[in-house]
Design a protein around this ligand. Structure first.
Ligand code: ATP
Ligand code: MG
Length: 299
């Protein structure tokens, strides 16, 4: 069964696109069939997947306004190993052109209906706004993943998003779930980040992914090569963290499926395995030199 996952947060620059591209590549690495959909006119997910936004024939825009079918738009990201529905600036026009259109918020859902079964995961990279494009993403999705930076105003923004998700649930997509909240660009030396992180867990409990994405320069560099970080530096903390996230997601879903299948077998104990990137090992700088190196430098 295909799981459609929207990566959304109306706040800009929190790591949505970085998460969409690198989660897609990591899921492929773990043997899943993945399609990435770029719902942002900035087209960062398109470029970050190694597809030139200036050279695509058709984009999600053509799909939404009903000019094209999925197969006319679909391209293969050779650098990521996944299929991509690309975007470019045209997509900004969709909002205006669809103002009077029928079922304007369920255009993407209808379009994706045609490919269900071809993929294990469809990942939607939403723009930084609660606009019609994000709305299309949330109506089409089974679940939302919310990347966030642990900063002062982060929790405030989160409540607006959670309200929107609840409205969509009651109006258009009653099965929409919160897949999880993902802490991104995390710096454990920052006290405020640790405080906000603790508050998040207090409010959202198990909905907060155990995997933490550290601030990592390799993650920021990779898009300039048009590659997911896994193909830029597979040993980097960033690459390992997104692999851990993909693993955590797959495990969680398997657990949920098992719980649904055999509720009587479960005594409420969740499996407590540690993620690869924990708050204590999510530091950006290299680990302290080991004892041998310290000795040799001492003479
Ligand atoms: P927008 O709201 O504009 O779509 P976004 O939420 O998609 O932004 P990204 O584009 O993923 O955010 O990230 C914003 C910037 O931060 C980018 O330059 C990206 O390379 C950088 N970045 C994202 N995650 C990390 C990280 N874990 N470590 C270091 N840099 C990161
Ligand atoms: Mg983005």
């Amino acid at each position: 069964m295909t799981r459609v996952l929207a990566i959304a947060n109306q706040k800009g620059g929190v790591g949505k696109t970085t998460t969409a591209v690198n989660l897609a590549a990591s899921l492929v690495h773990l043997g899943k069939r993945v399609m990435l959909v770029d719902l942002d006119p900035q087209a960062n997910a398109t470029m970050g997947s190694g597809i030139d936004k200036g050279k695509v024939d058709a984009t999600v825009y053509n799909l939404l306004i009903g000019e094209a079918q999925i197969n006319d738009v679909l391209v293969k990201s050779e650098n990521g190993g996944f299929d991509l529905l690309p975007a470019n600036r045209d997509l900004a026009g969709a909002e205006v052109e669809l103002v009077e259109a029928q079922a304007r918020e369920s255009r993407l859902k209808t379009a994706l209906g045609g490919i269900s079964g071809n993929y294990d995961f469809v990942i939607l990279d939403c723009p930084p706004a609660l606009n019609l494009l994000t709305l299309n993403g949330l109506v089409a999705a089974d679940a939302v993943m919310i990347p966030m930076q642990c900063e002062y105003y982060a929790l405030e923004g989160l409540s607006a998003l959670v309200n929107t998700i609840e409205q969509i649930r009651s109006a258009a997509n009653e099965s929409l779930e919160i897949e999880g909240i993902l802490r991104t660009m995390f710096d454990p030396r920052n006290n405020l980040a640790n405080e906000v992180s603790a508050q998040l867990i207090m409010h959202f409990g198990d909905k907060v992914f155990r995997t933490i994405i550290p601030r990592n320069i390799r993650l920021a560099e990779a898009p300039s090569f048009g590659k997911p970080v896994l193909f830029h530096d597979k040993e980097s903390r960033g690459a390992l963290a997104y692999l851990a996230l993909a693993g955590e997601m797959i495990r969680r879903e398997e657990e949920e499926r098992q719980q649904k299948a055999a509720p009587a077998d479960n005594n409420g104990e969740a499996v407590r395995d540690e993620p690869a990137a924990s708050p204590t090992d999510a530091r950006e700088e290299p680990a302290a030199p080991d004892a041998a190196a310290a000795h040799s430098s001492n003479g």
